[in-house]
Ligand binder design. Structure first.
Ligand code: 0X9
Ligand code: ZN
Length: 314
């Protein structure tokens, strides 16, 4: 059986995905996304659920999950591996069965494999992708979560390529955002929820992330539903006693950010349940991005519990 309490390299994560497809051919398809990264890597995604046809299609509602957009946020992919493996292994357990019989899960476990590999080999605290601009020192990378076409370049971003929140040259200039966009559009008619998995701070963010006190009259049409569902989800995230809080980015962390995935997804398909998880730990003092691997399982348990709560309330 699989050891959950270790962090895996990009090659190991891809091998885990392949292993699932081999072990559960009725439940899992692993596919390549179209846009290769700057270092020519292929980004893979999974389609998970029953009654997939030979192309991996079904008529079920889709829950779309994207993770490891930010290279240093290792706990996100590690927790997701726990979640997916637990769902697959316990498929016949009534507690989890509806997750795979009533829904199709479309999951990108590592949106940014170049950045992830860079955190293993060069710099553990790297955040962005590896967009190469010039041999100018320090000018490397775009913040993938600022590159979507929603209020692009307006708030919580930088035009400077040396910045950790550099938005890139134009909306969807990056292969990583192009991949998420194209996969979202492929499944758009069936998507009921879009989930972006990040770390850390123990938060559940709902749109809009771009609003500040000046623009806070702009709210999603489904704000009430987002809040009601989000409240249930943060209660479920407290599964192991950790406090999670829910709100917009500005409400919770005091900064707005444009060009992010959850805002783009909700604007593209109004009415969906679009959230950004900020997983463990709560703060820098509890390990920050370097959270010990011993916390992967409990973090995965609380993430799984909140996902089960969400689907039971859809
Ligand atoms: O700043 C970010 O991109 C996210 N926080 S992080 O510390 N993981 O970098 C929050 C973004 C919230 N908004 C969207 N996901 N759109
Ligand atoms: Zn992040």
């Amino acid at each position: 059986s699989m050891d959950y309490s270790v962090y895996r390299t990009i090659d190991e994560v891809n091998a885990v995905m392949k292993g699932w497809e081999n072990s559960y051919p009725q439940l899992v398809k692993m596919k390549a996304l179209e846009h290769k990264t700057h270092e020519s890597r292929t980004v893979y995604y999974l389609e998970i659920g029953t009654a997939l046809d030979s192309n991996g299609n079904s008529n079920k509602p889709v829950i779309f999950v994207e993770s490891l957009t930010h290279a240093r946020e290792w706990i996100t992919t590690a927790s997701l591996i726990y979640v997916i493996d637990t769902l697959l292994k316990n498929f016949h357990n009534t507690k989890f069965e509806s997750a795979l019989t009533d829904f199709t899960w479309v999951v990108i476990p590592v949106v940014n494999p170049d950045g992830y590999d860079f955190t293993w080999t060069q710099n553990r605290f790297w955040r962005k992708n590896l967009r190469f601009y010039s041999s100018q020192r320090h000018c490397l990378g775009v913040d993938v979560n600022r590159n979507y076409d929603i209020k692009f370049g307006t708030v919580g971003v930088s035009p400077n390529c040396t910045s950790d929140i550099h938005h890139g040259l134009s909306p969807f200039s990056e292969p990583e955002t192009q991949n998420v966009r194209d996969l979202f559009l492929q499944f758009k008619a069936r998507i009921v929820s879009f989930l972006s998995v990040h770390a850390f701070s123990q938060l559940l963010l709902h749109p809009w992330s771009y609003t500040t006190p000046n623009t806070s009259t702009e709210v999603p049409d489904n704000l009430q539903q987002l809040k009601i569902m989000g409240n249930k989800m943060i209660q479920a995230l407290a599964y192991n006693g950790k406090l999670y809080r829910m709100g917009t980015a500005y409400d919770l962390v005091g900064y707005a950010a444009s060009g992010g995935s959850i805002d783009w997804a909700l604007a593209e398909k109004p009415g969906i349940y679009s959230y950004c998880f900020e997983l463990r730990p709560q703060s820098f003092w509890q390990g920050g991005f370097m959270i010990p691997a011993t916390e992967i399982i409990p973090t995965g348990q609380e993430l799984l519990n909140s996902l089960m709560t969400m689907i039971q309330n859809l």
